[in-house]
Design a protein around this ligand. Structure first.
Ligand code: FES
Ligand SMILES: [Fe+2]
Length: 399
């Protein structure tokens, strides 16, 4: 069931999907104050491995320093050269490619070539900024703002679920995709927050919108969720359900037949079934362009015989291919929405089934409003800069 009995005018305007000024505010007050998924712990579990990410406007390198993971500003303290330019890699040292300054896990310099050129060098001043880094299972999150809720506080009870869904005893990463979207970053986020578009955009894959009786929404101040056990009426839907159940039995894995989707504000989207979990982040690369990273986990066989393992590997491939098809179907609609936002003058309308979009937009407007208020009052104190109550009135009570 949906929680609301009314439809809503969208809190955001069409301009919010096109404007450089709005993007600047989002970067500063949204992406740089919240936890951002930057990659997988398992991708940097060897000493020297690293990954690079943009968090808001800030380039960050997350590196394994002899077993210690550290998130540092990816800009050299000497003359500001980017330290690592590949999205991921491995190097013996964190060393600047310009003059060779080396850095440690604490962001302080280690070796400086011809160091006598810098008499009375201040190691505390000329160091890399270090950012908050937290893990949820295999997922690595960075927060640029020095203060704010812990990752666990931010995610609430989703934290333990995501931890379980990336546990290497049961799940393993099977695919990573990076996709560019010709739209504002909010368009890909919003398309995943409702099933209303399924009959038009996914007629052959998903087929049908589960509808209100088969949909359960939950809405909180930092996330929203969708749950369903719906199986479409088509023969293929019933066959796939039966087939999945059969394969999971071979793998010794449980079958519950439920689908859940979570949106942790502002830009983490998580889909989960008995067979797979998809973690997706969407970030802006401009006011009208976005980049999306998708990490898919497939269920491991709990039975150790070769046939069960082979079944798990094959099924993981099939589910990765199916997820990719669905993502492609969504991708083709983004440019059309963006084109419309460029010329639209009125707010969008959200139906009851689109209440998760309303909660998201309320979160964004509140966070930006609070950021602006703090900036204008010249209060840069950390704890206060992170609001705890984004939805001032529970959505079910909104008129
Ligand atoms: S800019 Fe990095 S060492 Fe000179
Ligand atoms: Fe979709």
């Amino acid at each position: 069931m949906y929680q609301t009995t009314v439809s809503f005018q969208a809190p955001l305007t069409p301009q919010d999907y096109c404007s450089e000024e709005v993007l600047a505010r989002e970067n500063q007050y949204v992406f740089e104050t919240t936890w951002q998924l930057v990659g997988l712990v398992s991708s940097i579990n060897k000493p020297g491995q690293y990954l690079a990410a943009e968090v808001g406007r800030i380039p960050v390198v997350v590196r394994n320093f002899e077993g210690e993971l550290s998130a540092l500003l990816n800009v050299c303290a000497h003359r500001h050269c980017t330290l690592v330019s590949a999205a991921a890699g491995q190097s013996e040292k964190l060393k600047c490619p310009y003059h060779g300054w080396e850095y440690g896990a604490d962001g302080r310099t280690r070796k400086i070539p011809a160091a006598k050129n810098f008499p009375n060098f201040d190691r505390d001043r000329f160091r890399l900024k270090k950012f908050s880094l937290e893990q949820c299972g295999d997922l690595l999150f960075v927060r640029i703002a020095p203060e704010g809720p812990s990752l666990k506080e931010w995610m609430g009870d989703l934290f333990e679920r995501f931890e379980a869904w990336t546990s290497s005893a049961v799940w393993r990463p099977i695919a990573h995709l990076n996709v560019s979207a010709p739209s504002n970053w909010k368009v890909p986020v919003e398309v995943s927050l409702e099933s209303y578009h399924i009959p038009e955009v996914h007629p052959h894959s998903f087929g049908e919108d589960p509808g209100e009786s088969e949909s359960h929404h939950s809405l909180s101040s930092s996330s929203t969720s969708f749950y369903t056990s719906f199986v479409g009426p088509r023969l293929i839907d019933r066959f796939m359900r039966f087939y999945e159940q059969f394969l999971l039995k071979i793998m010794g894995a449980p079958f519950l037949g439920k689908y859940q989707h979570h949106h942790v504000f502002p830009n983490l989207l998580v889909s989960h079934t008995d067979s797979l979990t998809l973690f997706q982040v969407v970030r802006p690369t401009g006011s009208t362009t976005a980049s999306s990273n998708v990490w898919q986990y497939g269920r491991q066989s709990l039975r150790k015989n070769p046939f069960s393992r082979l079944t798990a590997a094959m099924w993981a491939r099939v589910t990765a291919w199916l997820s990719h098809q669905v993502l492609k179907e969504d991708l083709q609609i983004f440019q059309h929405v963006q084109r419309g936002e460029q010329v639209a003058t009125d707010h969008s309308l959200f139906g009851r089934c689109e209440e998760r979009l309303y909660a998201f937009q309320k979160f964004l407007t509140e966070l930006i409003r609070m950021g602006e208020r703090i900036r204008t009052s010249h209060d840069t104190a950390g704890a206060e800069s992170h609001p705890e109550h984004f939805i001032d009135t529970p959505i079910s009570e909104q008129k």
